[in-house]
Design a protein around this ligand. Structure first.
Ligand code: PLP
Length: 417
């Protein structure tokens, strides 16, 4: 089968990166469960180590099952290359570390997943790296925070759990006008809803643990390089050897060669296999996730126990307009937050759920609820929680693909009981 870009997303999500001919006719990448690979000659291994051949050497470096997933994800995001990693956090860590040196700064939206925030402030700070956090949707603030030490701009397409959506096109313009790349965590949107590289971003990161795998069974991450950024010498002098070696894929080479293989953040091939199975149904799942989430948001708005509902699909949401533009009216994602009277009411709600699972994940085909303030963000002080919009009255709901009537009925009985 010809996998040229002419196929639509719904087709590519199933067929891209497939090589049944190489896999003895198998239509999903087999699990290559081998720590290292045999080489026919000393010259072949030497050439592979030198990066002149793309054969496999050792699982910490590359693996054929992982490579098939990398090819599929590169295609779906419209990039030029990808490296899958052991988790979304591994992908974020390696992508940022490839750019940062002691004394550097970067500008990030303040709408950040918990561990990303902790990485930026608890880990990077130890190495004299300064994150400048600004309101994700405040374009002027992003521009103002850039200075001669800034190495990149970082955003989440849909902030977790703030649910705000920055104008990626405008931020990419500002970053580029200042000679900087834009890195985007596209986990919540998925390439079904948004392809940041097509909007001007330079690097896309995912936690594949979420919607891409879709069944809550495989932790994983990926860094996808758009291959368009030129890494000007004045600001990125350390890129020279990588540009010489890999040209447009200099960044990915730096991520892989300098960090991924030395930090040992390799993806288990079993996880790539499970993610590849999940991806086959991504388009269908996203449609149903988003249809259900809008229905649940509208249902919650009518419940007297619910004080507020935060979902970009609601017309009065501050990010509704930009979501329609960036996501081309395909939808608004599968997650929402809503407010009850106080923390005690949130605990009662969670404890009374019967169908909806109470667990710390999202993007699963099952509906999941959590009280972030008392769980993932328990170690944060109140001013930080406030800055990240984590309030004691907030429930986060990742809406699954069950019958929406059953999801609403369970939420309804938990609210009333
Ligand atoms: N990015 C976002 C937006 C997330 O929600 C998460 C996890 O919830 C991550 C990154 C981290 O991913 P992982 O748990 O696969 O390391």
């Amino acid at each position: 089968m010809n996998h040229e870009k002419k196929h639509r997303f719904q087709t590519r999500v199933i067929h891209a990166g497939q090589s049944p001919g190489k896999w003895h006719g198998a239509t999903l990448p087999p699990i290559f469960q081998t720590a290292s690979h045999l080489h026919p000659t000393a010259e072949n291994l030497s050439q592979t180590f030198a990066g002149k051949k793309t054969d496999h050497i050792y699982m910490r470096l590359t693996n054929p099952t992982n490579r098939a997933l990398e090819e599929k994800l590169t295609d779906l995001e419209g990039g030029q290359g990808a490296v899958v990693m052991s988790s979304g956090m591994a992908a974020i860590t390696n992508a940022c570390m490839a750019l940062l040196r002691a004394g550097d700064e970067f500008v990030s939206g303040n709408s950040l997943f918990m561990s990303t925030y902790l990485l930026f402030f608890n880990v990077f700070k130890k190495y004299d790296i300064t994150p400048r956090l600004v309101e994700s949707t405040d374009i002027e603030a992003i521009e103002k925070a850039i200075n001669s030490k800034t190495r990149f701009v970082y955003l989440e397409t849909i902030g977790n759990p703030k649910m705000d959506i920055p104008d990626l096109t405008r931020v990419a313009e500002i970053a580029h006008n200042n000679g900087l790349p834009l890195l985007v965590d596209n986990t919540l949107a998925t390439p079904y809803l948004c392809r940041p590289l097509e909007l001007g971003a330079d690097v896309v990161i995912h936690s594949t643990t979420k919607y891409l795998s879709g069944h809550g069974v495989a932790v994983g991450g990926v860094v996808i390089d758009g291959g368009q950024f030129s890494w000007p010498k004045e600001r990125f002098p350390d890129f020279e050897p990588f540009i010489d070696r890999k040209g447009p894929l200099a960044f990915l080479d730096k991520v892989w060669r300098e960090h991924h293989i030395n930090f040992g953040t390799s993806q288990a091939p079993m996880h790539s296999y499970l993610t590849a199975i999940g991806l086959d149904t991504l388009a269908l799942r996203m449609e149903k996730h988003m249809e259900n989430t809008l229905t649940v948001a509208q249902y919650l708005q009518k419940k007297p126990e619910v004080c507020w509902v935060n979902y970009p699909g609601l017309p009065d949401h501050p990010s509704h307009g930009i979501a329609r533009k960036l996501f081309e009216d395909k939808g608004f994602g599968g997650m929402l937050t809503f407010g009850l009277k106080d923390q005690a009411a949130c605990f009662r709600f969670i404890d009374n759920l019967q169908l909806v699972y109470h667990l710390a994940n999202l993007g699963d085909c099952k509906t999941l609820a959590i009280h972030p303030y008392s769980s993932q963000y328990i170690s944060f002080d109140d001013p930080t929680r406030e800055n990240l919009s984590i309030t004691p009255d907030m429930i986060r709901l990742s809406v699954g693909i069950e019958a929406h009537e059953d999801i609403c009925e369970d939420i309804g009985q938990a609210l009333e009981s």
